[in-house]
Design a protein around this ligand. Structure first.
Ligand code: ADP
Ligand code: MG
Length: 203
């Protein structure tokens, strides 16, 4: 079972990964965007960690809902509301239990990903974060590490895609040949989850 601390560690690990990879995320957002994805997420996840410290939630669902609200209020770009919705909906689906099972987390994340698709109107193949989130969350049935790897492969698979949603879609054919920044950060998020799950397993 996973408690609120586990989810706080996940958010902290995601923030550390975003900090480590911020320059790369912004570089990916240069040819097919406006070069702000790394700085957007760095601002957002730094605020998420600060909010968790200021207002430590006691339930997994509340931790993720606070993280989602914080991302929505601090990230101006498209990715803020989308990641915010992912975490809020996932947190809502987890309910108020003090501990949740891995199966409950998997089901909740599926709902969260569904909410992202609904909000953004995108589907896999449109060269967005969903190209990492959808295969990543599907692979949770195997393991947390498999989910991280599937999301990473999904991000790499966005290179030859034509962008159909978001800023990159304005480029049409010129969006082909570049890796999607949001799919790349989604892989970081699921890899961070795998890291904390493996660290907890070892305890
Ligand atoms: P902005 O595009 O407003 O500058 P960011 O640079 O922070 O915002 O985020 C861009 C990322 O957001 C893209 O790489 C893509 O993965 C994701 N994205 C944009 N629009 C959508 C959408 N409609 N559905 C899903 N993901 C989207
Ligand atoms: Mg951008």
């Amino acid at each position: 079972m996973r408690d609120a601390d586990f989810f706080r560690r996940w958010m902290a690990a995601a923030a550390a990964a975003v900090e480590r990879e911020a320059d790369r995320l912004t570089e990916l957002d240069s040819p097919i965007g406006d070069a702000d994805h790394g700085s957007n997420l760095l601002r957002g996840f730094t605020a998420v960690v600060a909010a968790q410290e200021a207002e430590p939630a006691v339930a997994p669902g509340a931790v993720l809902q606070l993280a989602g609200r914080t991302l929505i209020s601090t990230v101006g770009g498209a990715s803020g509301p989308l990641y915010g919705t992912l975490l809020r909906r996932t947190g809502k689906a987890l309910g108020e239990s003090a501990e949740v099972s891995d199966a409950e987390l998997r089901a909740a994340l599926s709902e969260g990903v569904g909410a992202v698709a609904q909000l953004g109107g995108a589907a896999p193949g449109d060269k967005t974060m969903l190209d990492a989130l959808v295969p990543g969350v599907a692979a949770l049935a195997t393991s947390y590490r498999a989910a991280g790897a599937a999301a990473e492969n999904g991000a790499l698979a966005t290179v030859p895609m034509l962008a159909r949603k978001g800023r990159a879609s304005y480029l049409g054919e010129r969006s082909i040949g570049h890796q999607d920044p949001g799919a790349t950060s989604s892989a970081l998020l699921l890899e961070a989850l795998a890291d904390v799950a493996e660290a907890e397993g070892a305890r």
